[in-house]
Design a binder for this molecule. Structure first.
Ligand SMILES: Cc1ncc(COP(=O)(O)O)c(C=O)c1O
Length: 464
């Protein structure tokens, strides 16, 4: 049905409730309405193209309308779109599980750790986390260990918006409201070196935040089913990049205190940090890994929670024992999503994605370093091809811009007029284009972002 922009905008305002959006403000402006995409660009209904600078919320890897993924989904549509995994197998979900286990086995190896071998499907990042939490909890019960009713997570963590994921979250503005509904979690300080919760400096702190985690484990490990972390980069909490050694330190503590480690690689998996998985960087093999977003190249809502045989085996038994995992969704193992994911894994090899990403990571890092000369750029943080730029009101004192200044939004709106779509996290400008972006488009994107940062934060003429 053809419909003009005005009618669509009015219908949007009348009927669509947008996520994480103050709808009374939304209603005051005319929204951009997307109807098409090609490569790293998205086009609105009025014919304007925007560079998709946040990969459609961190999901897109190969750009929009990637032929191989389009063909895989269309091919699957000619067979079947969806059938249930409750009581039936499905060809694409079988093939994908085998490919994922092989990929995880090739990339995440450690002599003393079990490989990740058992794939449980769900629909999105939050459900993948929900599955991991319930799996860890039920695992201990079935090992005959009771009392492990809590989890340990980091301050400023973001693991999704379902209630279990919110319980292990640590971003007060997103999660605080729901506190009365949440189960017990222990919170350890985030490795947020720019604003260290312990008041220390990175060069001399000896990662005291890990020692804080150890103190919690010393006291409470008997109550803790698992530690859950976002390896290398706490993304939605404000792009907080962990210093080298933090991730492997957490893994060591989990082994030492006998608690499971859940790696939430929903944002970091599938090449985003420059390696296939963020855990690769420090040789960490978790007990459970959560993957989504890039899994289907940004095409379909699909997620997996992959566990070791040790965990899986604890769920085996006689029918009457009722030891099966009590979880499942209507769209579990969706055939279209699995077909897209199989094409994505093929493309990683075919297009030598990780090697071709290296020069782009270098361009990004060089630019970030240069940005630090700007008078309102307090800190820059990156893990491979995901980066955050923290804007501050006062660089010397690290004073943050107050929320009502909407500084991140003002930069995002300014750069939108220059043809780049960004979505900030508070005062943090997030840079996360598709991995396939060309070097020229990357340079254009960061150049325009820099112009907008200067224009919005420091409108005085530059003296040098
Ligand atoms: C690390 C991490 N975990 C979980 C989620 C939740 O994923 P979803 O939005 O698909 O539920 C996100 C989303 O940004 C994420 O970054």
């Amino acid at each position: 049905m053809e419909m003009d922009y005005r009618s669509l905008a009015d219908l949007d305002k009348s009927f669509v409730w947008h996520p994480f959006t103050q709808m009374s403000e939304w209603a005051e402006h005319d929204p951009i309405i997307i109807e098409e995409g090609l490569g790293c660009f998205i086009k609105d209904t009025q014919g304007r193209w925007y560079l998709d600078g946040v990969s459609s919320l961190w999901v897109n890897i190969f750009g929009h309308r990637k032929k191989e993924i389009d063909d895989a989904v269309k091919g699957q549509l000619d067979k079947i779109a969806h059938s249930t995994l409750l009581g039936l197998g499905g060809k694409p979900s079988i093939l994908l599980a085998a490919r994922l286990v092989a990929l995880l086995g090739q990339t995440l190896k450690a002599e003393t750790r079990q490989p990740l071998t058992r794939v449980f499907y769900s629909d999105n990042g939050s459900t993948a986390v929900e599955v991991a939490l319930k799996m860890a909890f039920q695992y201990w019960l079935q090992k005959g260990v009771t009392g492990r009713n809590a989890f340990l997570s980091l301050n400023m963590a973001y693991h999704g918006d379902t209630l279990g994921a919110v319980a292990v979250g640590g971003v007060d503005i997103f999660h605080g409201t729901f506190k009365p509904l949440l189960f017990t979690t222990y919170k350890s300080p985030a490795p947020y070196c720019y604003r260290c919760a312990l008041g220390l400096e990175k060069d001399s702190c000896k990662m005291a935040c890990l020692m804080e985690m150890e103190k919690i484990l010393q006291e409470h490990s008997g109550e803790i089913a698992a530690v859950i972390i976002e390896p290398k980069m706490q993304a939605a909490g404000g792009m907080i990049a962990a210093p080298e050694g933090f991730l492997s330190g957490v893994a060591r503590l989990c082994t030492k205190y006998g608690v499971l480690l859940i790696a939430d690689e929903i944002a970091t998996g599938f090449g985003r940090t420059g390696q296939m998985f963020a855990c690769c960087a420090e040789g960490v093999v978790p007990d459970i890994i959560c993957l989504s977003k890039g899994l289907t190249g940004g095409y379909m809502p699909l997620a997996v929670t992959v566990a070791t045989d040790e965990i899986y085996n604890a769920f085996l038994g006689e029918f009457s024992q009722m030891r099966q995992f009590f979880h499942g969704h209507s769209y579990t193992g969706n055939a279209l999503g699995c077909a897209a994911a199989l094409a994505v894994i093929d493309l990683f090899d075919k297009e030598d994605v990780l090697n071709r990403l290296r020069p782009k990571i270098e361009i990004l890092n060089n630019w970030l370093k240069k940005l630090l000369r700007l008078s309102h750029v307090g800190d820059v943080r990156a893990a491979g091809f995901m980066a955050g730029i923290e804007l501050v009101k006062n660089k010397e004192t690290r004073q943050a811009y107050p929320t009502e200044d909407k500084m991140g939004w003002r930069v995002a709106l300014d750069v939108r007029d220059k043809g780049v779509f960004l979505r900030p996290l508070g005062n943090c400008i997030v840079i996360m284009p598709p991995l396939s972006i060309s070097e020229d488009n990357l340079r254009a994107m960061i150049g325009r972002t820099e112009q907008s940062i200067i224009k919005v934060t420091d409108p005085r003429p530059l003296t040098s």
